[in-house]
Ligand binder design. Structure first.
Ligand code: NAD
Length: 313
């Protein structure tokens, strides 16, 4: 399959490398000049648990893609949330009438953004438990294992989605066909909507957050806001399932010692966060539906305040 990875950062590199290793024609699209230069010079380095590979993958900036102009079968969207719209605006020349988009970003509201550029029948949504990091430009650190859930938004897209599933299966990305991907997306956003922002503002890891006297009260308030707004979209988040899923991450033997990605982006690397697509999206959607979300609103403002103080880019 001819596949473009739109946003070839940490996770885009993982998916791109694993699809390339199993014989797909993969092209990378990215805007980070140092990353593009490093990949062109040295190839894309992928350091897995048990092996290190160097792949000579073609990488283009969106401007170069406009000149190339050859459509692809599949675009895997893996920008950060705030980069998605500009990316799809710029890469329209490679979106043909049969091109599908598979969105694996975290966060809420991407359906509306992608629908501006691709018919709903050609959109697949998913979530993943795979993780990825970058040691520097052109160098991905790919530890652990994971899985991917995927489902087409419109019934007519199912046949091609099953083809994509097979391609991902061959690449050992452990995909499953989801029966309700919107629920999984909201569930993941709800977990991220508690741990990401709170650990970032409190400057602590997940286990330290979990040990706080006020932890339960705070996560209950945030989960209640997510559940109320999800309800307005006919997605019914189970309150105790969410609390259990969040509290399960406190264990230092599993994820407890981990600092959430928002912490790493903002505190360690002074990069802007995806808060507007997590708590910010709940706040925004809540306003439209007449639902008060004071915790999500305040957490969004706190993170934006921190971004300003740290001059995040
Ligand atoms: P990323 O920050 O690694 O990459 C996103 C974009 O930012 C890429 O275009 C990349 O080139 C650019 N970028 C990365 N580092 C940069 C730097 N230092 N300076 C300038 N530009 C830089 O993002 P990601 O972790 O791959 O995440 C992509 C999407 O996948 C997000 O929605 C994220 O929430 C989601 N996701 C990530 C993981 C993970 O473990 N990384 C897991 C699940 C979901």
């Amino acid at each position: 399959m001819r596949i473009a990875i739109a946003g070839a950062g940490a996770m885009g590199s993982r998916i791109g490398l694993m699809l390339h290793e199993t014989g797909n024609e993969v092209i990378l699209i990215d805007r980070w000049p140092e990353h593009i230069e490093a990949i062109r010079k040295n190839g894309l380095i992928g350091e897995f648990d048990d092996r290190k590979i160097v792949a000579q993958l073609p990488i283009y900036s969106p401007e170069e893609i406009i000149e190339e102009h050859e459509t692809v079968d599949l675009i895997v969207a893996l920008t950060k949330s705030m980069q998605l719209e500009q990316m799809f605006h710029d890469i329209q020349p490679i979106i043909g009438s049969k091109t599908f988009v598979f969105c694996l970003l975290n966060g809420l509201g991407h359906e509306e953004t992608l629908a501006k550029f691709v018919p709903k029948e050609n959109i697949i949504f998913g979530t993943t438990t795979w993780t990825a990091g970058l040691a520097g430009p052109g160098h991905a650190k790919l530890v652990g294992s994971g899985s991917i859930e995927m489902e087409n938004l419109a019934p007519s897209g199912k046949a091609f989605t099953l083809e994509v599933l097979e391609v991902f299966q061959n690449a050992r990305l452990n995909p499953i066909y989801s029966q309700n991907v919107r629920y999984s997306i909201w569930k993941k956003a709800c977990i991220n909507g508690t741990l990401n922002g709170l650990c970032t503002i409190l400057d602590c890891n997940i286990a330290e957050f979990g040990s706080l006297t006020v932890a339960r009260e705070m996560i209950e308030a945030i989960v209640a806001e997510f559940a109320a707004v999800a309800d307005a979209e006919q997605i019914h988040l189970d309150h105790s399932e969410m609390i259990d899923a969040i509290e399960a991450t406190y264990d230092p033997q599993t994820q407890g010692l981990h600092f959430p990605s928002m912490y790493q982006d903002l505190i360690r690397n002074q990069r802007k966060t995806e808060i507007d697509y997590i708590n910010g999206a709940v706040w925004r959607k809540g306003q439209l539906a007449g639902i008060n979300t004071p915790y999500c609103a305040f957490l969004t403002q706190l993170i934006h305040g921190k971004e300003e103080l740290l001059k995040a880019k």
